[in-house]
Design a protein around this ligand. Structure first.
Ligand code: ATP
Length: 624
C-alpha cells in the first residue's frame, strides 16, 4: 500500500484500496484517539490556533470591501490608510499564529510517533522466534519506519487539513451570505466547477504514482539484494555485475520517465486550476454588475469585491476537502496495519504467576515432548530424556531430524505442543523467562556477532565484566592468541555481522561470550560443514573442558564430542531411536552404527584430527 498523503493523487482510490477499505469502527476510532489523548491540551491549543488563523486569514478579504466602498469610492484617505494598516496587521498576525500552529502540530505528531515506535519495538521484541522466521524482515521494518511515519503525516496533514479547511469554508460562507446572499449563492454555484480539473488531473497522477511506487519497491528490492555482503559476494563470484547493472539501470530509467510524467501532470493541473480561478471572479463581477445596475442599486462595488476575494479563498479548502476522503481511508488503513501488528499475540510470554527460583542447577528433563512448526509435519513425536547436573548428553541424528528444534524448546524459543520440558524439575512455561534464559547458554550453529568491536560483543553477555574477566574468557575459548595478535586487540572491529572474522574465530568468540555469561546449562549446536582441522581442534579444545564439568547438551557431528558425552541420544523421525554410550551403541547394528560408519569412523582413523567439522551453518534458530 502506498503511503498516505504526500505524493498521492487526489480524489481516487485504487481498485485494491476500494476492495480492502478498512472497516472504520467505533473501536478503531477510539483506539486511534487513545494515542492522541495524552496530548489533548496541546491539541486544544492547535484547534484554537486553527480557528483564529482561519478567521484572521479571511478578514483582509472583508476589509477589501471597506477599502473600496469607504476608502476609494468615498475618497476618504484616513479610512483607506486605516483599513490597509489593519489588513496588514491581521495578515501578519494570521501568519504568526500559523507558525505557532505548525510548531505545535509537528510537536504532537512527533511525540505520538515516538510513543508508537517505542510501543511497536517493545512489542516486536516480545514476539516469538516463529514470528521472525515466518515474517519478511522488510515488512517488519516497513511497519516500524514508513507506516509509523505515515501516522505522523496523518496528524500534521490529514487531521489539520480537515479542521482548518472546514473552518475556513464555514467562516467564508457565513461572511459571504452576510454580505450579500444573492451573490453568495452565485459563488456557491461556481464552487463545483473548481473540482473538474482536480478530478481529472488526480486520476492521471494517481495512476502514475501507483506505477512509480511499484518501481521504487523494485529499486529497493534490487538494492537490498545486491548491496548486502552475501548478495555482493554472489554477484561477484558469478560475474553478474553487468547483468545487475542493466537490471538496475532499466528500472531507474523507468522511474525517471514516471517522475517526469508525474510532474507534467501536476503542471496541467495547475494550469487548469489557474484558468478556473480566473473565470470564477469574472462570473461574480458579471452577475454582481447586472444586479447592481439593473436589479438592486444598494449593492456596492465593495460587496462584489469582498465576494470575489472570499471566493478566491475557497478554492484551496474545497479541493483539499474533496481529496480528504482518500487520505482518510488511507490513514485508517495505515492505523489498521499498525494495530494488526500490535494485536499479534506474543505467543511466548511469562505466566502471570511465573516462578523465579533463587538459584539454578541446569537440569533438564523432556517428558513425552511433541512439537511441530506446521501441524502437517510433526518434528518431535515423543521425546523423553533426563539430563542431570554436571552431566553431558550428546544428540546425534541425520540432518533435519529435529536436533536444533529440540534444544530450542529448552529456553522457550518455541513451546511444546504436547508433553513438557522441565528445567530443574519445573515446567519451563511456569518459570520466569528472564530467569530461564539467564541460566541457559547456547552456542548456535550460526554465530551472530553485532557490528562493533570484539569487546562490545563480549560485553553483551556481561556488561560489567572486567578486563581480566574478558581476557580469561578469551583464553579459555582459545581465541586470546588471535585477539592479541591483532593491532587493536579486543577493540578490533568484527564487521557487518562479524563477517571480517573467519568462521572458526567467530565460533570461539561466541564460546567466550557464553563463558562470560556463565550459565548453569550450556548447549552447543555444532555446525556441520567443514572448517580446517586446526581451527576445529581449537574449538574442540575450548569445548571439551567445559562439557567435562558443566551440565551440557551437544548436538554432535564429530566422534570426539560424542565420545566425551555421558550419554548419546540418537534422534530419528522425531523419536529417540537409540540411547547409550558410544561403546554400547556402536556394536548394536542400528541407526548409530550406520551414523558411525558414514560420519564418525573416518574421523576416528587419522589420530587425532576429526574430519567432520565446523563452519557457519544455515540454521537461524539459535540464540545465545
Ligand atoms: P541439522 O543437523 O541439519 O542442523 P537438525 O536435526 O538440527 O538438522 P532442525 O533444524 O531441528 O534439524 O529441523 C528439523 C526440521 O524442522 C527440518 O525439516 C526443518 O526443515 C524444519 N524447520 C526448522 N526450523 C523451522 C521453522 N522455523 N519453521 C518451519 N520448519 C522448520
Amino acid at each position: 500500500m502506498p503511503p498516505p498523503g504526500g505524493r498521492l493523487g487526489p480524489g481516487f482510490l485504487s481498485e485494491e484500496e476500494k476492495n480492502n477499505k478498512p472497516k472504520v469502527t467505533k473501536a478503531l476510532l477510539l483506539r486511534i484517539f487513545s494515542y492522541l489523548k495524552p496530548y489533548w491540551k496541546q491539541m486544544l491549543l492547535v484547534l484554537i490556533a486553527i480557528l483564529a488563523s482561519a478567521v484572521l486569514t479571511l478578514l483582509p478579504s472583508v476589509l477589501t470591501g471597506r477599502i473600496v466602498d469607504e476608502g476609494l469610492i468615498a475618497k476618504n484617505l484616513q479610512k483607506l490608510i486605516l483599513y490597509i494598516v489593519l489588513s496588514f496587521t491581521v495578515t501578519l498576525l494570521a501568519n504568526l499564529i500559523g507558525i505557532a500552529e505548525s510548531y505545535l502540530n509537528t510537536w504532537i505528531a512527533q511525540h505520538i510517533t515516538y510513543d508508537m515506535r517505542n510501543t511497536m519495538y517493545r512489542h516486536l521484541q516480545s514476539m516469538s522466534q516463529r514470528f521472525f522466521t515466518s515474517n519478511n524482515q522488510g515488512d517488519i521494518i516497513t511497519r516500524m519506519t514508513s507506516d509509523i511515519s505515515g501516522v505522523q503525516q496523518i496528524i500534521t496533514g490529514t487531521l489539520t487539513s480537515i479542521l482548518s479547511n472546514s473552518i475556513t469554508l464555514i467562516v467564508a460562507l457565513v461572511i459571504m451570505f452576510r454580505e450579500n446572499w444573492v451573490l453568495a449563492l452565485v459563488g456557491v454555484m461556481i464552487v463545483p466547477l473548481f473540482t473538474i480539473p482536480t478530478r481529472s488531473a488526480g486520476k492521471t497522477r494517481w495512476t502514475i504514482t501507483k506505477e512509480s511506487q511499484a518501481c521504487s519497491d523494485e529499486i529497493n528490492g534490487i538494492l537490498n539484494e545486491t548491496m548486502s555482503v552475501s548478495g555482493q559476494l554472489l554477484v561477484k563470484l558469478f560475474g553478474m555485475e553487468q547483468r545487475e547493472y542493466d537490471r538496475y539501470e532499466s528500472v531507474n530509467r523507468r522511474m525517471i520517465r514516471l517522475n517526469i510524467r508525474e510532474s507534467m501532470a501536476g503542471r496541467w493541473f495547475r494550469m487548469a486550476l489557474n484558468t478556473f480561478t480566473n473565470i470564477g471572479p469574472m462570473l461574480i463581477y458579471l452577475v454582481g454588475g447586472i444586479i447592481m445596475m439593473r436589479v438592486d442599486p444598494t449593492v456596492t462595488v465593495g460587496q462584489i469585491t469582498v465576494l470575489v476575494a472570499l471566493l478566491g479563498k475557497m478554492y484551496g479548502p474545497v479541493n483539499q476537502l474533496l481529496n480528504i476522503q482518500v487520505d482518510w481511508i488511507r490513514s485508517m488503513a495505515l492505523f489498521t496495519r499498525i494495530f494488526e501488528y500490535y494485536d499479534m499475540p506474543a505467543e511466548i510470554e511469562n505466566a502471570p504467576d511465573a516462578l523465579t527460583p533463587d538459584s539454578a542447577r541446569g537440569e533438564v528433563e523432556f517428558q513425552h515432548v511433541r512439537f511441530y512448526y506446521d501441524p502437517e509435519r510433526e518434528i518431535l513425536k515423543d521425546v523423553s530424556f533426563r539430563l542431570e547436573q554436571g552431566r553431558c548428553i550428546a544428540i546425534v541424528g541425520p540432518s533435519g531430524s529435529g536436533k536444533s528444534t529440540l534444544i530450542n524448546l529448552i529456553p522457550r524459543l518455541y513451546d511444546v505442543i504436547g508433553g513438557q520440558v522441565l528445567f530443574d524439575g519445573t515446567d519451563v512455561r511456569k518459570l520466569d523467562l528472564g530467569f530461564l534464559r539467564q541460566h541457559i547458554g547456547i552456542v548456535s550453529q550460526e554465530t551472530y556477532l553485532f557490528n562493533g568491536t570484539i569487546r562490545e560483543n563480549l560485553l553483551y553477555a556481561k556488561p560489567d565484566a572486567t578486563e581480566d574477566e574478558l581476557i580469561e574468557a578469551c583464553r579459555r575459548a582459545n581465541i586470546y592468541d588471535f585477539i592479541s595478535s591483532q593491532e587493536t586487540g579486543l577493540d578490533t572491529v568484527v564487521g557487518n555481522r562479524g563477517l571480517k572474522l573467519s568462521g572458526g574465530e567467530k565460533q570461539r568468540i561466541s564460546i567466550a561470550r557464553i563463558l562470560l555469561k556463565d550459565p548453569e546449562l550450556m548447549i552447543f549446536d555444532e555446525a556441520t560443514s567443514a572448517l580446517d582441522s586446526i581451527s576445529e581442534q581449537k574449538i574442540q579444545d575450548a569445548i571439551e573442558p567445559l562439557i567435562a564439568t558443566r551440565t551440557s547438551i551437544l548436538i554432535a557431528h564429530r566422534l570426539s564430542t560424542v565420545l566425551a558425552a555421558d550419554e548419546i541420544l540418537v534422534i530419528r523421525d522425531g523419536k529417540i531411536a537409540e540411547r547409550g554410550t558410544h561403546s554400547e551403541l556402536v556394536g548394536r547394528g542400528g541407526v548409530y552404527t550406520q551414523l558411525y560408519e558414514t560420519q564418525f569412523s573416518r574421523a576416528a582413523e587419522p589420530q587425532p584430527a576429526p574430519v567432520q567439522s565446523y563452519t557457519e551453518g544455515e540454521s537461524d534458530t539459535g540464540t545465545e
